[in-house]
Write a protein that binds this ligand. Structure first.
Ligand code: PEP
Ligand code: MN
Length: 338
């Protein structure tokens, strides 16, 4: 961390800050110019709020040179993390496909779609039992019955399931019924939820918030890891921009940025990113080419009749085609899609 004092700062003020920082265990490298003094602060600043230094009236600029996250940082763990999701490995050479409807609607719907997505190459079934909807009048999910349906499908078709947890009180039911707990975009900064997840060892699929920076997203992952759970998978699902042709804007750059900053696997959700089924294959191929470790895609047996997100849900046959085409991209960059 670098601190620049305002021009003309008194020696006694510089000493006040020096002893405060040294009292916190930092070492100071001082550089005294003709009118400006600079401190180079050395030590672990992860637990220190650099902005708090602006409370000193003689501090001009504070520059952080160390990232505020530690456990998710690639500098802390250079090798890629591979998350074992009930036998499906996310983060290795293989690209993992998660597919299924936006929401669990009925036993029949899940019983129809599960063998189809599995046959096409999905190794994880996705479906929400609890749905975060903008309108309180929209379909909210079928709750506990949805989790039971997912559990039965998982056992019948031998496929792990991922589903979104919205509130802490449902955590025990999720620990029992699902293989991966999804934290949706709207809950990315629900810190009490993240702390509880840190106490488990369940794989967590942490979606990026609608308008959150990559650093904020990694800090949320840090909450889970700091609590003791190393099994975090990041999911980019599009961010809010000025563009209105798509539901959100898929931030493809997040893939190389995350790969540089963190050892955690990153998957892409082209369904919520684009909001239109026509764009999903193109974004999926781009994501794989850019280095994503997997995709999570909405697939519905009859999108026209879906209770949520039908407009961005693929029909099973289109999903099948998409996986085939994505496999060709994967092979071209020396990865596999099995
Ligand atoms: C979902 O995956 O069903 C979902 C609601 O996603 P997001 O949190 O990314 O909007
Ligand atoms: Mn959805």
């Amino acid at each position: 961390m670098i601190i620049k004092f305002k021009e003309g700062t008194q020696k006694k003020d510089i000493e006040i800050l020096r002893s405060a920082l040294m009292g916190m265990g930092f070492n100071i490298h001082e550089s005294i110019g003709e009118s400006i003094t600079i401190f180079g602060v050395v030590g672990d600043t992860t637990k220190f709020d650099a902005n708090s230094l602006y409370a000193y009236k003689f501090v001009d600029t504070v520059l952080r040179v160390q990232e505020p996250f530690k456990k998710v940082n690639r500098k802390f763990k250079p090798d890629d993390t591979i998350v074992d999701c009930s036998g499906v490995l996310v983060g290795g050479k293989n690209i993992v496909i998660m597919g299924g409807p936006c929401a669990v609607e009925s036993e029949e719907q899940i019983d129809t779609i599960t063998p189809l997505v599995k046959a096409s190459g999905a190794s994880v079934l996705r479906a929400g039992a609890y749905k975060p909807r903008t309108s309180p009048y929209s379909f909210q999910g079928i709750g506990p019955e949805g989790l039971a349906i997912l559990k039965r499908a998982s056992e019948k078709y031998h496929i792990p399931v991922v589903s979104e947890l919205m509130s802490i009180e449902d955590l025990p039911a999720f620990l029992e019924n699902v293989d991966i707990i999804q934290i949706g975009a709207r809950n990315m900064q629900n810190f009490s939820l993240l702390k509880e997840l840190g106490k488990t060892t369940k794989p967590i699929l942490l979606k990026r918030g609608l308008a959150n920076t990559i650093e904020e997203w990694l800090m949320s992952a840090e909450y889970i890891m700091a609590g003791g759970n190393p099994n975090v998978i990041l999911c980019e699902r599009g961010i809010r921009t000025f563009e209105t042709s798509t539901r959100n804007t898929l931030d493809i750059s997040a893939i190389p940025v995350i790969k540089k900053l963190s050892h955690l696997p990153i998957i892409i959700d082209p369904s919520h990113a684009s909001g239109r089924w026509e764009y999903i294959e193109s974004l999926s191929k781009a994501a794989i080419a850019a280095g994503a470790d997997g995709l999570i895609i909405e697939v519905h047996p009859e999108p026209e009749k879906a209770l949520s997100d039908g407009q961005q849900s693929l029909k099973p046959e289109r999903f099948d085609e998409l996986v085939k085409n994505c496999r060709r991209i994967a092979l071209a960059i020396d990865r596999t899609l099995e």
